[in-house]
Ligand binder design. Structure first.
Ligand SMILES: N[C@@H](CCC(=O)N[C@@H](CS)C(=O)NCC(=O)O)C(=O)O
Length: 205
């Protein structure tokens, strides 16, 4: 069985929700506090020098990191969780999956620990990252339908990202007011009975 090193509600929640949807069993190791020196950080660092969650140890002992890579790995086992190879939506699925981790995720990397990147203006960095993130979500919202998921009736791994990310900054109320499609997709994912426990464990519902 694979192991997910994570913190409830953090980026590991994306991998947990995707694995649960794909019915791939895993063991969860809580490394809360890993972002400060201590035993949890040591536990993570020997597996992932970037010291980020999610970090997975696969069934064969290999390390797997990066939520988008984890999504691709899951799709090898469960291709039905993305638009099919010759489906016109497939490229947009691929584009948006990478777009989220390439553009939105770094705003957390810089805003969550601004003092790492600037000694002079940590608050300014935090604020500008948040504003940039909002602009990204506004762009994304206009490219999504919510009928009820991002690609219509077919539930995909992209929907898992949206359900988890909607629980992060700028916060539930902002999404509801400014990005109704993202909000509605996240709500639809939160209604899926199979995901109830994992979403609860990660304080998403
Ligand atoms: N690109 C990575 C980003 C993972 C990431 O930044 N996770 C955050 C938690 S939500 C983290 O571990 N932050 C600690 C740090 O960057 O030092 C992914 O998609 O998995």
């Amino acid at each position: 069985m694979m192991t997910v090193y994570g913190v409830p509600g953090w980026g590991s929640a994306i991998s947990e929700v995707m694995l649960t949807l794909a019915e791939i069993p895993y063991k969860f190791v809580d490394v809360t506090g890993f972002d400060a020196e201590g035993p949890q950080r040591d536990l993570l660092k020997i597996r992932n020098p970037l010291c980020q969650v999610p970090t997975l140890v696969l069934e064969n002992g290999d390390i797997m990191t990066e939520t988008a890579a984890i999504a691709l790995m899951i799709l090898d086992r469960r291709p039905d969780l993305a638009p099919a190879v010759h489906h016109p939506e497939r490229q947009q699925f691929q584009r948006l999956l990478i777009w989220l981790v390439a553009n939105v995720y770094p705003t957390f990397t810089y805003a969550d620990y601004p003092e790492r990147w600037t000694a002079d203006a940590p608050l300014q960095l935090k604020t500008s990252c948040l504003e940039y993130r909002k602009s990204l979500y506004l762009w994304l919202n206009d490219r999504l339908i919510a009928e009820p998921y991002a690609f219509g009736e077919q539930l995909t791994l992209l929907d898992c990202y949206l359900a988890v990310m909607r629980s992060w900054g700028p916060g539930h109320d902002w999404f509801q007011e400014h990005t109704p499609n993202i909000s509605a997709i996240a709500d639809a994912v939160c209604q899926i009975p199979q995901l109830r426990t994992v979403l609860k464990n990660n304080e998403i519902i």
